[in-house]
Design a protein around this ligand. Structure first.
Ligand code: MN
Length: 248
């Protein structure tokens, strides 16, 4: 069994095929969305697949175009235990929208805290400090899983102190910088992800089975066999999702 804790199943050219492959791979998948309007359709993809769970999101890269969907976000929130993809993106092409991004992210954290908290998959590219500041301001928002974390070692240490979890994928682990960050993460708070179909290896969008590439890298970083690393990720996953309401 494999874990892909951040995958955009609805954005593959053939979403139904992607879902079928998840089943073939025995994959536990967190199917994240980029807008509240996409949630119902994406949820429908998971019908009959008990290992696929759908997260309600509003991606920071579209926050300036989609902030009017915040009321829909609030209306749908009671239906799911998972929120994502949310967060902030401080890279040059999105920096000009940082005010709208911050408004959306802070609003989501506030209503999520008011709803009792959720498991959240969070984007923090070039905005790790700002994301951690926002999370620190809403400690009741739930468990933050920082996806594809690319901040500094200092920012990572702060995230670890704050209790954040991490989902890491083959694209992140290709480079030494990503591998050094993973080595500094607590092993019991690491999950695997692909971020498919956005993340690619070569020209090919990653499928959930692509997490096997991350397992190989994790095993090398942790100095253990791939089998042990895979088991560890599965145990981490269960520890995160099971306490509230039984297996995913
Ligand atoms: Mn993503």
């Amino acid at each position: 069994m494999i874990v892909d804790f951040h995958c955009h199943l609805d954005l593959y050219p053939d979403p139904t095929g992607a879902v079928r492959r998840c089943k073939e791979q025995d994959a536990y998948v967190l199917s994240v969305t980029t807008t509240p309007k996409a949630w119902r359709g994406t949820l429908a993809l998971s019908k009959g697949h008990r290992r696929i769970r759908t997260a309600l999101g509003l991606h920071p890269q579209v926050a300036h175009e989609r902030f009017r969907e915040l009321p829909l976000f609030e209306a749908l929130l009671p239906e799911t235990r998972y929120v994502g993809e949310i967060g902030l993106d401080g890279s040059p092409e999105f920096k000009s929208h940082r005010r709208e991004q911050a408004m959306v992210f802070e609003h989501i954290l506030r209503v999520t805290a008011a709803a009792g908290g959720r498991i959240m998959s969070i984007h923090s590219r070039h905005a790790a400090d700002e994301v951690l500041d926002a999370l620190a301001g809403q400690s009741g928002a739930g468990v933050a899983v920082l996806h594809w974390f690319s901040g500094t070692k200092t920012q990572l240490a702060r995230a670890v102190d704050m209790g954040c979890w991490f989902s890491v994928g083959p694209a992140m682990l290709k480079g030494k910088r990503g591998r050094d960050l993973v080595a500094a993460m607590p092993r019991e708070r690491v999950l695997t992800e692909t971020d498919g179909p956005f993340a690619m290896i070569g020209d090919v969008p990653l499928q959930p089975a692509g997490v096997n590439g991350a397992i190989v890298q994790l095993a090398a970083t942790w100095n253990e066999t791939a089998g042990v690393a895979q088991q560890r990720v599965l145990e981490n996953f269960r520890a995160l999702v099971v306490p509230e309401s039984g297996p995913l």
